[in-house]
Design a protein around this ligand. Structure first.
Ligand code: FAD
Length: 462
């Protein structure tokens, strides 16, 4: 008889957990996976997927406006938030079903319950009260929006979790935060006709992105009508006597809005998980500490995805799961590769980016060539829209290697994926120059910027 009930027990049925469980089961391992809410996790249920659907919905306002420039007469349009939420929910239910079926077909046992560790090999399933044992355990419990509990009135605010399922679309919203989730939701709500204000404590939105992208997007958002307040924070939120909320800021502003959304980072989901009982170490933010093979200090327990607070992106969680499988079940120790992760901000316009920003590269390389183009996208020529596309390549002058590629403009998320391949392959600027353009596209600019716009020597623009 086997010493344990399972070879592998996975806690958390999100991007990382499902992948680890499904692949391990398909290799013939006896696998159990517990999910306390819905399979698919943050990405499918209240993250990437529903967000992108809302982004699409919010773009129609501009599509209708732009259509006129192309000869269309668009009749009276109206928007039904409840219909959108219902359609989004149907799609998410479909995807959740696919995740469940994938697990079932692989032979993994699905447990619809919260799970907590009792010791290094034992898990308690809260719904049934049962305990099960496993040779190995994977913690893939993800993250949760930081509730900002120190803010008076934080309980009156929503997070991204609630934003997807509001009963009514607010007339006005104040969003606190300067990261990609705050910025994306500001664009979504604005596009859906909500009077939108973004408040961020930093000097510019989207820290860690290239400065040109940050400033370019800021300008575009303001031109669309989104209010952006920088170097200020909300100090207090109270109910307004006539309904709605009043937010007071540190710098003395008072904002009356229907809804306040906090998008101030995400905390690792480790509370009450029994990590102490199992002896698993966490850091000061509560993230599970792991080595380069996603192994915790307890040798049979691994952790992957957002709960480890490495890079909080779905493809990264999935990649970490695949590295875990290689390492543990294929005898091929594999560390996750975090170099050159392409990523996008689904704002309007989008940002697509891979590699080093000019600022990061300037700190690491003695001399850079910066190729930069700013132009009005072709589609805007007949619509009268003033919005600009910005493209930028950051090149190491010595090796000619392209260190970073950054695009602000339509479909730049799609471009980032392909630029990611080029940079991952180590492409030099000469390879970009030798690549034939696709005409007429916006992205052809990426292979036709022949002369550097400027150089950066020892951190200084010259
Ligand atoms: C609004 C938003 C937008 C995002 N957009 C993008 C994007 O565009 N692109 C991108 O790459 N990433 C995006 N992300 C990030 C992405 O969703 C996460 O990086 C990814 O989901 C992490 O996967 P994970 O497996 O680590 O955790 P999760 O997907 O969070 O899954 C963890 C699961 O564990 C469950 N769980 C927790 N504790 C327990 C327990 N004790 N017992 C049982 N189950 C438990 C949870 O219910 C959850 O389902 C977005 C996130 C948010 C919030």
């Amino acid at each position: 008889m086997a010493a344990y009930d399972y070879d592998l027990f996975v806690i958390g049925g999100g991007s990382g957990g499902v992948r680890a469980a499904r692949v391990a089961a398909s290799l013939g391992k006896r696998v159990g996976i517990a999910e306390e809410y819905r399979f698919g996790g943050t990405c499918v249920i209240r993250g990437c997927v529903p967000k992108k659907l809302l982004v699409y919905a919010s773009q129609y306002t501009e599509h209708f406006e732009d259509a006129v420039g192309y000869g269309w007469e668009v009749g009276e349009s109206s928007f039904d938030w409840k219909r959108l939420v219902a359609a989004k929910d149907r799609e998410i239910a479909r995807l959740e079903g696919l995740y469940r079926r994938g697990l079932e077909n692989s032979g993994a046992e699905i447990v619809a319950s919260r799970a907590e560790l009792i010791d290094a090999h034992t898990v308690r399933l809260l719904k049934s009260g049962k305990t099960v044992t496993a040779e190995r355990i994977v913690i893939a419990t993800g993250g949760t929006p930081n509730p900002h509990a120190a803010l008076p009135g934080h309980d009156l605010c929503i997070s991204s979790n609630e934003a997807f399922d509001l009963d009514e679309l607010p007339r006005s919203i104040l969003i606190a935060g300067g990261g990609y989730i705050a910025v994306e939701f500001a664009n979504i709500f604005h596009g859906l006709g909500v009077d939108t204000t973004l408040i961020y404590r930093g000097v510019e939105i989207l820290s860690r992105f290239d400065q040109d992208m940050r400033q370019g997007l800021h300008k575009a958002m303001v031109e669309k009508g989104i209010r952006i307040i920088l170097t200020d924070v909300i100090n207090e939120v109270t109910r307004a006597p006539a309904g709605g909320l009043i937010a007071k800021t540190k710098e003395g502003a008072t904002l009356a809005v229907d809804t306040v959304m906090l998008a101030l980072g995400r905390d690792p989901n480790t509370g009450g998980l029994g990590l102490d009982a199992a002896g698993v170490e966490t850091d000061e933010r509560g993230a599970v500490v792991v080595d380069e093979n996603s192994r915790t200090n307890v040798k049979n327990i691994y952790a992957l995805g957002d709960v480890t607070n490495r890079v909080q992106l779905t493809p990264v969680a999935i990649h970490e799961a695949m590295c875990f499988i290689e390492t543990v079940y294929k005898d091929n120790p594999t560390s996750p590769d975090y170099d050159l992760i392409p990523t996008a901000v689904f704002s309007q316009p989008e940002i697509g980016t891979v590699g080093l920003s000019e600022e990061e590269a300037a700190g690491r390389y003695p001399e850079l060539e910066i190729y930069r183009a700013e132009f009005r996208p072709m589609k805007a020529t007949l619509t009268g829209r003033t919005e600009k596309t910005i493209m930028k390549l950051v090149v190491d002058a010595a090796s000619r290697k392209v260190l970073g590629a950054h695009v602000l403009g339509h479909d730049s998320g799609e471009m980032a994926q392909l630029l990611g391949i080029a940079l991952k392959a180590g492409a030099t600027k000469d390879v970009f120059d030798r690549t034939m353009a696709v005409h007429p596209t916006a992205s052809e600019e990426l292979v036709t910027m022949y002369t550097p716009s400027y150089r950066v020597k020892n951190g200084e623009r010259v």
